[in-house]
Design a protein around this ligand. Structure first.
Ligand code: NAD
Ligand code: DAU
Length: 350
């Protein structure tokens, strides 16, 4: 098999690529990534010389390039992760999210349709999506696979749109597809614009921890390697034409999570307990901020036997250890344009 993984130099994609390269030695694993600010080949240093691994730098928005790529490699399957992924950036620049997340996805679907039209049966377009497409929950309830789409941010609207296109290609052209919608991931190699790595970096540097609004927003957190394992399982054993929700069975209010992170960081950094908590600063809320996400992951649990293997406390410790042991990685990604982004996002937020 030759598998195309898009966005494989990003956070989740790099863990998916590593898992497939190490486990499927007789498959050719092609990682297509544009290496935007979020893509980093440092994430894949340990497997870059494996004979079954191929890196291709390129843009999913470039139709000619994508069509040629499919012609050259004759992919049997696509696992599509490439995307603009940060909600705050989508509020600043919605069109770049429409471009990559919607147009880029349709470009890939078209290329796959063109190449596979004679032989759809043994092919698969696996689209990686998010629980944010379902919008927000109140204090109770869970997102299931049949919850109506109700996206609230430009990011989630663009992901919802891409999900609809994937499904429509299945209905209209018979494209064999699967979609999975996952909750918030955390773990090593996450770019420090997202809550957990941003706050780890700020605690290391004694900078304020900017909690949006009152901090009473809830997310369902999953360790990234457990997401990669779920993706592999769905790829191998999921049913074509189905959607699977993936979640951590692990809801945290932001403020409680931040306090736990502060305690763990204090003990790792040998600071007296309570030091990092003093950095918590309540700032202006995110516009359209979804109150609560929580996934009902019983379908993947009951049908495919998947559940998270790492508790949140363990996962968070592993994550903190990784960032503390990989200061070069952190300092390489937090210089230059990151500083400009940070100034713009947080400077006027009080
Ligand atoms: P990320 O931002 O860390 O990585 C995205 C990758 O896509 C980067 O390597 C980037 O270079 C690449 N990319 C961006 N535009 C591209 C283009 N035009 N052509 C080729 N490559 C391009 O994202 P992530 O957090 O790893 O998320 C991966 C996928 O999983 C996304 O589709 C996201 O919507 C979805 N997802 C993320 C989470 C989460 O908590 N991070 C949860 C559920 C679903
Ligand atoms: O639910 C899945 C989604 O999770 C993914 O699809 C997205 O790609 C991913 O970015 C993530 O979206 P969130 O918006 O939930 O993640 P983020 O880390 O940006 O924020 C988590 C929560 O923390 C959210 O309620 C906003 C809050 N927050 C975030 C930042 C960056 C703060 O309070 N302060 C901050 O500085």
């Amino acid at each position: 098999m030759t598998i195309l993984i898009t966005g494989g130099a990003g956070f989740i994609g790099s863990h998916v690529v590593r898992l497939f390269v190490n486990k499927y030695k007789n498959y050719k694993i092609c990682n297509l990534d544009l290496l935007t600010y979020a893509g980093n080949l440092e994430n894949l240093k340990d497997i870059e010389n494996e004979p079954n691994y191929h890196f291709i730098k390129g843009d999913i928005n470039d139709s000619d390039f994508i069509n040629n790529l499919f012609k050259t490699y004759q992919f049997d399957a696509v696992i599509h992760l490439a995307a603009e992924s940060h909600v705050d950036r989508s509020i600043e620049d919605p069109l770049s999210f429409v471009k990559t997340n919607v147009f880029g996805t349709v470009n890939l679907l078209n290329a796959a349709k063109k190449i596979w039209k004679e032989d759809f049966e043994r092919k698969l377009f696996y689209h990686i999506s998010t629980d944010e497409v379902y919008g927000t929950l109140g204090e109770t309830g869970l997102f299931t696979e049949t919850t109506s789409y109700d996206p609230n941010s430009p990011y989630s609207a663009s992901k919802a749109s891409s999900d609809h296109f994937v499904r429509a290609y299945g209905e209209t052209y018979g494209m064999p597809y699967i979609i999975s919608n996952c909750s918030n991931n955390y773990g090593q190699n996450q770019f420090p614009e997202k809550l957990i790595p941003l706050f780890i970096n700020n605690i290391i540097n004694n900078k304020p921890l900017p909690v949006y609004g009152d901090g009473n927003y809830t997310r369902d957190w999953l360790y990234v390697i457990d997401h990669a394992i779920a993706i592999e399982l769905i790829f191998c054993s999921g049913k074509t034409g189905e959607t699977y929700n993936i979640g951590g069975f692990n809801e945290w209010k932001n403020i409680d999570l931040v306090k736990l992170l502060c305690e763990q960081m204090d003990s790792k950094l040998n600071r007296s307990i309570g030091t990092s908590k003093k950095l918590i600063t309540y700032v202006k809320d995110r516009p359209g901020h979804d109150l609560r996400y929580a996934i009902d992951a019983s379908k993947i649990k009951n049908e495919l036997g998947w559940e998270p293997s790492v508790t949140f406390e363990e996962g968070l410790k592993k994550t903190i250890d990784w960032y503390l042991n990989n200061e070069d990685w952190l300092s390489n990604v937090t210089t230059g344009t990151y500083q400009a982004y940070y100034e713009k996002q947080y400077n006027n937020s009080k």
